[in-house]
Design a protein around this ligand. Structure first.
Ligand code: F6R
Length: 588
């Protein structure tokens, strides 16, 4: 969701900015722009749509000589995706790019209009530029500080002043790092955007302002210069490569066995490295989208095997509820990016109430990783495709291990699954290698308008993720339904040839779901069964290897991910960047 890149160095910023924008494309955007600056002037180029449009415009523009620039991909919030609303925005001596949302923008705009200030765009960003410009006499830092005092909401900013040859930056509730190079420095929404230039970076904390030249980065906090650690990322430059795959989504699904092995490795040696949950009477799992669906897998297993009541809630709802906490409650936050605005807000709400928080998170430097009380990291590496696949598998996987450990700690189960879990990466690879089979299924459904996924208990949780994956990448409407609920209304939608995926892995409810399958078949449905054993003589079945209940979903969801991928491919969809979606939802 919006991306920022900035460069100051020894040569023209154009290549770095364009490459950076391309690396940030995965976050989702609908317009883009750059500003380059030298002593005399600031020059901007903006365009609506893909970065390729911007690139073409840049190639047809005579650009000024420069070694300083900022660039932005915008995912429209205030104002439609037009060239005027695209960033950078210039007001007087100030040019800025902004990620985040200024919540009091309307109020500030009205106030500033009374001072006869005219606005060009509909954006909240222009309000920031107006304020900084208003306070700018000859001291850049003072102008930024005064403007920030008036803002409510979230921001990551890249700022240029016409009277200065420095690059300025600051942030609140929106991610931003300062990349450290040799005779060149950067700002970026994430380190992956500049990984071809440097793996060293500074994490800017809230309230800090960065003043950057080509060979110096000075960070200010409360009028003082502060010392910051220079961190190094272990992301390698080729992590951003598609490695021969047509799409990142496919590459990332295929990486699942490797990243699962890496994530599980320490815990399979020593399960006690995972947090002890036995002191909690109640768990709230709070997350958004697929991360929340991974939470549903965890809740099924924790309730079934570890006897803990678990509530799973969408973070955007949870944060506004009146939650009555029991002191023995644990709040588990799940997030790949660690920057999802609603999940951050839910975490802070729990912390303010004095409740323990545990994060299951991929990005180690993210806000959720830094602010939660305890963390379990998944080792997904960079996930570029907007639709999550490998991170979901790891989130569900860690929760499954946690459920197993808690059941063991409470002496509720005797079974030892560790030996079997060690085989999981190999079994998963076998499942992923059956792409031909999934393509055949995809061919039979890709022209349909509506699809159902049905299942019971943990199989229903799997359905939720299968349905989301299909609709977000293929744009086919689909719905996940508890198999037993169909009769209460939804079954009226079933008619001849209506595709219904039935997930049947949970032995306790297998027969029940099979009865529901019969009900939809007798109304004409085209049923595709995904199970861990052959079910009667149904025509279309995908049979995945049978494994213990804790790990079974991890062998089923990948088949649904690959089917969603193949369907989207047959429909010529923009698989890695589905329309209207952003990878990291850093605004409410
Ligand atoms: C769907 C998807 C989203 C994310 C959700 C949470 O494929 O990727 O539903 O799971 O936006 O994002 P994180 O995990 O970054 O908090």
């Amino acid at each position: 969701m919006c991306g920022i890149i900035g460069y100051i160095g020894k040569s023209s910023p154009i290549d770095v900015l364009i490459e950076g924008l391309k690396n940030l494309e995965y976050r989702g955007y609908d317009s883009a722009g750059i500003a380059v600056k030298n002593k005399e002037e600031v020059q901007k180029v903006k365009s609506v749509g893909k970065i390729a449009n911007l690139e073409e415009k840049i190639n047809n523009t005579k650009l000024i000589d420069s070694n300083l620039g900022i660039a932005h991909t915008r995912w429209a919030t205030h104002g439609s995706p037009t060239e005027i609303n695209a960033h950078p925005h210039t007001v007087g001596n100030v040019t800025i790019v902004h990620n985040g949302i200024i919540e009091n923008a309307e109020e500030l705009r009205k106030k500033l209009e009374k001072e006869n200030i005219k606005f060009n765009s509909e954006t909240d960003t222009e309000v920031i530029a107006v304020l900084i410009n208003k306070y700018y006499k000859d001291n850049e830092l003072e102008a930024i500080k005064k403007a920030l005092k008036e803002l409510k909401g979230s921001y990551a900013l890249g700022i240029l002043f016409s009277g200065s040859d420095k690059l300025y930056t600051t942030r609140k509730d929106s991610p931003l790092i300062v990349g450290i190079g040799k005779n060149e420095n950067f700002i970026a929404s994430d380190i992956a955007a500049i990984i071809n230039y440097t793996n060293k970076y500074i994490l800017l904390e809230e309230g800090e302002i960065g003043e950057i030249t080509k060979d110096k980065v000075v960070i200010y906090k409360d009028n003082k210069i502060i010392k910051k650690d220079i961190l190094e990322t272990d992301i390698s430059a080729d992590a951003k490569d598609k490695c021969g795959y047509d799409h990142y989504m496919l590459k990332e699904i295929m990486e699942e066995p490797i990243v699962l092995e890496k994530t599980f490795k320490p815990y399979l040696k020593d399960l006690s490295l995972l947090p002890n949950l036995t002191q909690y009477e109640e768990i709230h799992i709070v997350a958004c989208g697929s991360a929340m669906y991974a939470g549903l897998i965890g809740s099924s297993l924790l309730e079934e095997f570890a006897n803990i009541r678990v509530y799973v809630e969408v973070a955007s709802e949870y944060r506004y509820k009146n939650i009555v906490y029991n002191k023995k409650t644990l709040v588990i936050l799940i997030s790949q990016s660690g920057e999802t605005a609603d999940t951050i807000a839910a975490m802070r709400m729990a912390k303010d109430a004095g409740i323990d928080t545990l994060a299951i998170v991929n990005v180690k430097t993210s806000t959720i990783a830094r602010e939660s009380d305890k963390q379990v990291f998944i080792e997904a590496g960079p996930e570029i495709a907007v639709a999550t696949t490998k991170a979901y598998i790891l989130q569900a996987g860690i929760l499954s291990l946690l459920a197993y450990k808690t059941a063991k700690d409470k002496n509720l189960i005797k079974e030892d699954i560790i030996k079997e879990v060690k085989k999981l990466p190999r079994l998963l690879k076998e499942v992923l290698d059956r792409r031909e089979e999934y393509l055949e299924i995809a061919k039979s459904i890709y022209k349909k308008d509506n699809i159902f996924f049905i299942g019971r208990k943990i199989d229903y949780s799997i359905c939720m993720e299968g349905s989301l994956k299909l609709k977000e990448v293929s744009y086919i409407h689909s719905e996940a339904y508890q198999a037993g609920e169909l009769k209460h209304g939804t079954i009226s939608l079933i008619n001849d040839g209506y595709p219904v995926f039935a997930i049947i892995t949970d032995d306790k409810v297998k027969d029940k779901t099979i009865s529901n399958v019969e009900e939809v078949i007798s109304r004409g449905a085209d049923v595709i069964i995904i199970s861990n054993e052959k079910i009667a003589n149904y025509k279309k079945q995908v049979i995945v290897p049978k494994i213990n209940s804790f790990m079974q979903p991890l062998l089923v969801v990948p088949t649904l991910q690959l089917i969603a991928y193949e369907v989207a491919k047959l429909r010529n969809c923009d698989i890695d960047k589905p329309k209207n979606l952003a990878k990291s939802v850093t605004v409410e």
